[in-house]
Design a protein around this ligand. Structure first.
Ligand SMILES: Nc1ncnc2c1ncn2[C@@H]1O[C@H](COP(=O)(O)OP(=O)(O)OP(=O)(O)O)[C@@H](O)[C@H]1O
Length: 235
């Protein structure tokens, strides 16, 4: 498996403040499962934003799918973003669209045939336990339900890279287990996973996953995934 993400001496500061991410140099291997942990404010969301191209670094090089995305012309960004599924911490659902239409968005943008879209949306909504709410608008859902819609939308297009920010933060343990099964299946189909979470129960669900930890804007690597060839164990 090749390298899907490569950071070289990356730093990030917001405005004129101190660097919130410092000297990040690592690469992620395609097809692997990574958890990102760290205390509140350590820089997890900032690192994920760099990964899904919502933020440019203040210094350093980031290569995604083999291309330097820092110097890449802006007009190429949307093509790259379509290869990445994102579960945002604040969900970012489109409030005036039904849940089914929110989940369908990535497939419609990709020009998938409508019949196929309908089947895939029905399957995804059933998986996240929201088939009965398909016609509802996001503002009428609970936080946990909105989170499940956001996950369904992020995974439906089988992205090459899935980036998720605390994706089980608003659901109970049984649903968290179910969502982790969904992530494991997607990973089994070849998607590289990067999931920020505080939840050790969730981390324990994926035995083959690598753990990355951010402390004070610096990355450490308790499982050695970044220094040695990745382990491959059954999930
Ligand atoms: N848009 C911004 N402007 C200025 N500072 C920011 C901005 N976003 C984040 N920060 C600062 O960057 C640091 C890292 O924040 P970040 O959101 O990446 O942490 P986190 O590990 O995701 O935290 P949490 O677990 O609470 O979501 C914090 O000190 C935060 O205040």
């Amino acid at each position: 498996m090749g390298t899907i993400v490569q950071f070289e001496n990356v730093g990030l500061r917001y405005g004129h403040g101190d660097e919130v991410l410092t000297d990040l140099s690592f690469s992620l291997t395609a097809g692997e499962f990574y958890f990102l942990t760290g205390a509140s404010g350590a820089g997890k969301t900032s690192l994920l934003k760099l990964l899904y191209l919502a933020q440019r670094p203040s210094r350093g090089v980031i290569r995604l799918f083999g291309t330097d995305v820092v110097t890449m012309p802006r007009q190429r960004m949307p093509g790259f973003r379509r290869r990445i599924g994102v579960v945002y911490q604040d969900f970012r659902l489109v409030p005036h669209l039904s849940i089914a239409d929110n989940v369908a968005l990535p497939l419609r943008i990709a020009g998938v045939h409508e019949e196929e879209v309908q089947d895939a949306v029905a399957e995804m909504l059933a998986w996240v336990g929201l088939a009965h709410r398909a016609g509802a608008r996001p503002p009428t859902l609970s936080g946990g339900e909105q989170q499940r819609v956001a996950i369904a939308r992020a995974v439906i297009g089988r992205p090459e890279l899935l980036v998720a920010d605390e994706p089980t933060g608003n659901v109970d343990e049984a649903m968290a287990d179910r969502l982790m099964q969904l992530f494991a299946s997607l990973n089994g189909l070849g998607t590289t996973m990067v999931i920020a979470t505080h939840d050790m129960h969730v981390i324990a669900r994926i035995r083959a996953a690598h753990l990355l930890r951010i402390e004070g804007g610096r990355l450490s690597d308790p499982t050695g995934a970044l220094r040695f060839p990745p382990r491959r164990e059954p999930a």
